[in-house]
Design a protein around this ligand. Structure first.
Ligand SMILES: [Zn+2]
Length: 137
C-alpha cells in the first residue's frame, strides 16, 4: 500500500517537474493540481481563484463575508453533532471561504501568516506561547 502510494507520488513529481521545466522555457504559468504534498496557502488561494474568481468579484468582500459566516455556523453545528467526514468538510469550507475573501481583498494569506506568526507568538514572541492565560494569544 505504502509502495503503491510512493509510486503514485513519484509519478506526480515527475509530471510536475516536466511541466514546470517546459513552462519555464516558454514563459507560461502552468497550474498543477495541488495534492497533500504541494498544497500551500498560496496554492489554496490560487485554486480558489481559478474556480471562483468571477463569482467572487461580483459578490465582493461583504457578500463573501456573509458566506464565510454561514460556513462558520455550519462548522459549529458539525463540531456539536457532525460525523468526522462532515466535520472535515466544514473545516475545508471555512478555509476555502477565508481564502476567497483574502483573494477579493488582495491579501496574501501565506505571507500574512508568516509575518504575524512565523517568528513566534505575536503577544510574547516565544515559539511556545508564554502569555498569561487571561490574555488572548
Ligand atoms: Zn504568547
Amino acid at each position: 500500500m505504502l509502495q503503491k502510494f510512493n509510486a503514485k507520488t513519484q509519478r506526480r513529481k515527475e509530471k510536475k517537474s516536466v511541466l514546470n521545466k517546459e513552462s519555464r522555457k516558454k514563459g507560461i504559468v502552468v497550474h498543477v493540481e495541488p495534492d497533500e504534498e504541494t498544497l500551500t496557502l498560496h496554492g489554496l488561494q490560487e485554486l480558489i481563484e481559478r474556480m471562483y474568481s468571477s463569482k467572487d468579484e461580483a459578490r465582493g468582500v461583504d457578500g463573501t463575508f456573509m458566506w464565510l459566516m454561514e460556513e462558520i455556523g455550519e462548522l459549529a453545528a458539525a463540531l456539536r453533532e457532525g460525523s468526522p467526514e462532515e466535520l472535515a468538510a466544514e473545516f475545508a469550507d471555512v478555509l476555502a471561504w477565508l481564502a476567497t475573501i483574502a483573494n477579493v481583498a488582495g491579501v496574501d494569506l501565506q505571507q500574512a501568516v508568516l509575518d504575524k506568526y512565523g517568528r513566534g507568538c505575536p503577544g510574547c514572541g516565544a515559539m511556545t506561547c508564554r502569555c498569561d492565560v487571561s490574555e488572548k494569544p
